[in-house]
Every structure is written in structure tokens, then in C-alpha cells.
Design a protein around this ligand. Structure first.
Ligand code: CMP
Length: 139
């Protein structure tokens, strides 16, 4: 197997955290189209980051390196300086730049200190490859 395949590592989390992440993924219009096995591996490989009040999680126009799920806290979404809305716990975001390889379409800012599950782009790609590869190996 290529060495890149070993970069997706599981990070221990409790069943409440796993459920929150999974529900966020299946509630997202883009991520819900992924295969269940891919979703399970994404849940397993996410790790926690803490953002302080006022900190930017995502900056509009930049390249995207993470897919996120808000666990705790409150975020706002801003585009061209205009407030588009708020995000509450159980929301997946940052999926557009990861899935479609585009620049970040909006800025996401922590209104309160926020605990956010993050999945690296490289890990996402590894997961997509690994499962496909495992399936090919069955034949
Ligand atoms: P991405 O473009 O990777 O980074 C910014 C994220 O903000 C984007 O993915 C979506 O997850 C989210 N986002 C973009 N536009 C909106 C919107 N109009 N309302 C809520 N969330 C949005």
C-alpha cells in the first residue's frame, strides 16, 4: 500500500461525540452523499481544536485544509463583510473547499469560545482512497 494511506489515524472519542459528528455529517447537503463507511472513518479521524472568542476558523478566499464539525460554542458566517448567519453545535462546515477543491466561500468566526472537530484534507483524501482500495482488493 502507498505510505500516504497510513496517515488517517483514529482519535478516541466518546459515543456522544461520535453521534454529534455523525448527525452533523448526515445533515449536511453535500456530505450526506458520501458512503456510510467513509462517514464512519471521518468520524473516527476527527480531532478537537479550540478557538477563542473572536478567532477566525475559516477565512474567505483562502485555500481550505480542514473540514469541521462544531461541537460546542457559536460561530458566525460572513461573506463580503456581510453576516449570512450563525452556526450552532452539530453543524458540519468547511466542506465546500474540501469536496470541490475551491477557495473558502465565506469567513467563519467564533462568537464564543468554540470546540470544533477537525479533519485534515489529507486525511479526508486518504479515507476516500483507502476504502475504495480495500474494496478493489476483495476481488
Ligand atoms: P467552505 O467554502 O469550505 O468554507 C466556508 C464555509 O462556510 C463553507 O465551506 C460552508 O460550509 C459555509 N457556508 C458558506 N456559505 C454559507 C451560507 N450561506 N450559510 C451558511 N454556511 C455557509
Amino acid at each position: 500500500r502507498p505510505s500516504s494511506v497510513s496517515s488517517a489515524r483514529a482519535v478516541h472519542k466518546n459515543s456522544h461525540a461520535k453521534r454529534l459528528i455523525n448527525e452533523a455529517i448526515v445533515s449536511n447537503d453535500f456530505l450526506k452523499k458520501l458512503e456510510p463507511q467513509h462517514m464512519r472513518e471521518m468520524v473516527d479521524c476527527m480531532y478537537e481544536k479550540v478557538f477563542s472568542e473572536g478567532q477566525l476558523v475559516i477565512q474567505e478566499g483562502e485555500a481550505g485544509n480542514y473540514l469541521y464539525v462544531l461541537a460546542e460554542g457559536l460561530l458566525e458566517v460572513i461573506q463580503n463583510g456581510k453576516l449570512l448567519g450563525e452556526m450552532r453545535p452539530g453543524t458540519a462546515f468547511g466542506e465546500l473547499a474540501i469536496l470541490y477543491n475551491c477557495k473558502r466561500t465565506a469567513t467563519v468566526k467564533a462568537v464564543l469560545q468554540s470546540h470544533i472537530w477537525a479533519l485534515e484534507r489529507q486525511t479526508f483524501q486518504t479515507i476516500m482512497m483507502r476504502t475504495t482500495q480495500a474494496r478493489h482488493e476483495e476481488y
